[in-house]
Design a protein around this ligand. Structure first.
Ligand code: PLP
Length: 382
């Protein structure tokens, strides 16, 4: 049941974004089932890939997850009150110098990516006279975050600093896991094996969404899926086993007939090849509906495809609605901008990008609805 405020928000907004928490839970269970005895975490960085981390987290917890990852310290602080104390929150970027205390005070576990971060965390441990928990990241082929193998070897052979740190996991990240045949996968696995031999007995974590589908050799003790939980296809070019989580329904604001030759939108990039009916929907690139989808993507009125014609404006798009029956076109009628016939990955392809960018760009002007997400046993969320 909608409250009066929610009903008005839904009526006023140009589009309704529905986020199916039950589908997120089903996706979590599917991934957790694929990794057997390994633990399955959940990545909630970037506001839960744009879907609202504070809504997603309790639903994923209710599905059995106990390991949650964010990128920034502030994201961890925001999430902490929404999760039970039995849930661990890891911060992928680790601490900037001087922020270590904040991690410790709020029970957030840093991923340590550099010698400087290790020194900072070990320094705090020394001042507190206690070993502090952390994940240690090693770089196996992305040159982005983590110690090089050489750095790790030096640290292990010369340093007592690691003794101050209770290492929960040794971690790395795959660059090409969405392409199962890519040689980088085996190379990174071998590098990770070499890193593990330098720190025997420490649990390990390598795979994100796509890595889970590379098979059990990539699973180790903990996997860290993000995108697949939210419906993005984990393997490029293969059928998508994940349930769709997001539906974006835009509302038609205006319908008009235009004669042959009439231009549509900025720059007049589209000219009607014959008499055409144009429907305008008040969703544009300011809402994360990427401008690169102009003249390329499609919306759907149920099963009827309405191609996007003309450029995408800041606050609107124009659709060719000539094929739609008159009686179904009226102001307020909704069309799927993301939906069963144009899921995240199809929308991304039309815009020349990846599903991740579509999700994390989803706008703030949509009316947002969350469906389902309760635990199976009817217990409260946390
Ligand atoms: C973003 C991220 C993940 C999750 O990746 P997905 O492809 O969304 O599953 C896991 N680990 C690290 C280090 C990340 O940065």
């Amino acid at each position: 049941m909608l409250t009066e405020d929610q009903r008005w928000s839904q009526e006023r907004s140009g589009a309704v974004l529905t986020i199916d928490l039950a589908a997120v839970q089903a996706n979590y269970r599917l991934l957790a089932g694929r990794v057997g005895a390994s633990a399955c975490g959940a990545v909630l960085k970037a506001h839960g890939y744009g879907l609202g981390a504070t809504y997603l987290a309790p639903a994923i917890f209710a599905a059995g997850c106990r390991h949650f990852f964010v990128a920034h310290l502030d994201e961890g602080l925001e999430l902490r009150p929404h999760l039970d104390a039995s849930a661990t929150i890891y911060v992928l970027h680790g601490p900037f110098p001087g922020t270590e205390e904040v991690f410790a005070e709020h029970g957030l576990i840093p991923v340590l990516n550099s010698i400087e971060q290790i020194n900072g965390w070990a320094g705090l441990a020394e001042r507190r006279g206690a070993r502090l928990p952390a994940i240690l990241q090693v770089d196996t082929g992305m040159s982005r975050f983590g110690l090089s193998l050489d750095d790790l070897e030096r640290l292990v052979t010369t340093g007592s600093r690691l003794e101050r740190i209770a290492l929960r996991y040794l971690m790395s990240h795959l660059a090409c896991a969405d392409e199962p045949a890519h040689p980088a996968n085996a190379e990174q696995l071998a590098q990770f094996g070499a890193a593990r031999r330098l720190l025997p007995g420490i649990p390990a974590s390598l795979a994100a969404s796509s890595g889970i589908f590379l098979g059990p050799r990539f699973h180790f003790d903990l996997v860290r899926p993000g995108a697949a939980l939210y419906g993005v296809a984990p393997v490029t070019g293969a059928a998508n086993p994940m349930r769709q989580v997001v539906r974006l329904q835009g509302k038609i604001l205006q319908i008009r007939w235009i004669p042959e030759g009439a231009p549509v939108g900025y720059g007049g990039t589209y000219r009607a090849p014959a008499c055409r009916r144009i429907a305008t929907v008040p969703v544009g690139y300011a809402d994360g509906f990427l401008r690169s989808a102009g003249d390329r993507g499609s919306a759907f009125l149920d099963e009827i495809e309405l191609p996007i014609v003309g450029r995408i404006s800041m606050d609107s798009i124009t659709l060719d609605a000539t094929d739609a029956p008159e009686e179904r076109l009226c102001p307020g009628a909704t069309v799927d901008l993301i939906g069963p016939r144009n899921p995240i990955d199809a929308v991304a392809r039309a815009a020349g990008t990846i599903g991740y960018e579509i999700l994390t760009s989803l706008g703030r002007r949509y009316h947002r609805r969350y469906l389902g997400g309760e635990p199976d046993n009817g217990a409260p969320w946390r």
